[in-house]
Design a protein around this ligand. Structure first.
Ligand SMILES: O=c1ccn([C@@H]2O[C@H](COP(=O)(O)O)[C@@H](O)[C@H]2O)c(=O)[nH]1
Length: 296
């Protein structure tokens, strides 16, 4: 597919690569769990949700490569919660920080077009810079999102090898062609990034590959380096992964990795200074773990 890029905006892959170089390869997840709201002295209501989320953006906007608001934790507050998510996306944009909306959308193509309009169209209140999507209705069902992302200079992160142990049931399965489901998803993403690769740029169709998966990518024949797209790596911090796991999982693909931590950073709040310290430490650890080394 040829990328028709919005004239106002460079492609997401190029913008993310620049942000990772400037701030380090860390994405801070904005996950307003009820327990975190309580730990910050906030009520589990709209005012608490708003205060929590905008505090994260105020403290870390312009200081980290990316934010990843978790849509579920806004949706659980109903339409007003979705309104707060819209505010968070707008505030991050104003602060100059990229936003990956973690909504994991996926449906048949005609409905996927609706999700694409909601999360990837210029002017849509829920449109950040990228969206997480689920390919488990078939990779081809994501086509409307792929097309709109390319048109508007936005990106996608396709679930490939997720950080939860239950993901194996589907992702480690073998397809009718004998490859693993995960390897198949990675090959589709690689094909969509081929134009960017030929220009020597990072593509805009990324994968979600958990930092907790150990040797699974290698064992399943998933060629992460060939994807030439960003690799969003949740699982850092609260789920137990750290520098050693990042280096183990990503090997020769490590320069494309955006490590993602939510609770691991957020538990330092609500003080701006403490959040900034926690993010700085996490970003430095990720940068060290993912540094390009001559031996891969
Ligand atoms: O494979 C996946 C995909 C997405 N996530 C999401 O990332 C954060 C992780 O939060 P932590 O507090 O850093 O554990 C959360 O929003 C998940 O839904 C993931 O963990 N694994």
């Amino acid at each position: 597919m040829t990328a028709a890029v919005s004239p106002q905006r460079a492609p997401f892959g190029a913008r993310l690569a620049a942000a990772m170089t400037e701030f380090g390869p860390l994405c801070v997840g904005i996950d307003p769990h009820p327990g975190l709201l309580a730990a910050w002295g906030l009520a589990d209501d709209i005012a608490g949700l708003r205060s929590f989320s905008l505090t994260v953006v105020e403290a870390l906007g312009g200081k980290v490569a990316s934010f990843k608001p978790q849509s579920a934790l806004f949706e659980r507050h109903g339409s007003k919660g979705v309104g707060v998510l819209e505010e968070v996306i707008a505030a991050a944009r104003d602060a100059g920080t990229l936003t990956i909306v973690d909504a994991k959308r996926g449906d048949i193509g005609s409905t996927m077009a609706g999700y694409a309009d909601a999360f990837l169209a210029d002017g849509a209140p829920l449109a950040g810079d990228a969206l997480t999507v689920s390919p488990y209705l078939g990779f081809g069902s994501l086509a409307p999102a792929v097309e709109l992302a390319h048109e508007t200079g936005r990106g996608l992160f396709v679930l490939c090898l997720t950080s939860n142990p239950e993901g194996k049931q589907v992702q480690h399965s073998v397809t009718t062609t004998g490859t693993s489901v995960a390897a198949d998803m990675a090959a589709h993403a690689a094909a969509l990034n081929a134009d960017a690769a030929s220009r020597g740029e990072l593509g805009s169709i990324g994968l979600v590959v958990g930092a907790t998966i150990g040797d699974a990518a290698r064992d399943l024949g998933v060629d992460l380096a060939a994807v030439n797209g960003p690799l969003l790596a949740p699982g850092v911090g609260a789920q137990g992964a750290g520098a050693a796991e990042l280096a183990q999982v990503f090997g020769g693909a490590r320069t494309s990795v955006l490590a993602s931590s939510s609770r691991g950073v957020l538990k330092a709040g609500p003080s701006h200074e403490a959040l900034q310290r926690a993010a700085l430490v996490a970003a430095a650890e990720a940068r060290d773990a993912l540094r390009d080394t001559p031996n891969g």
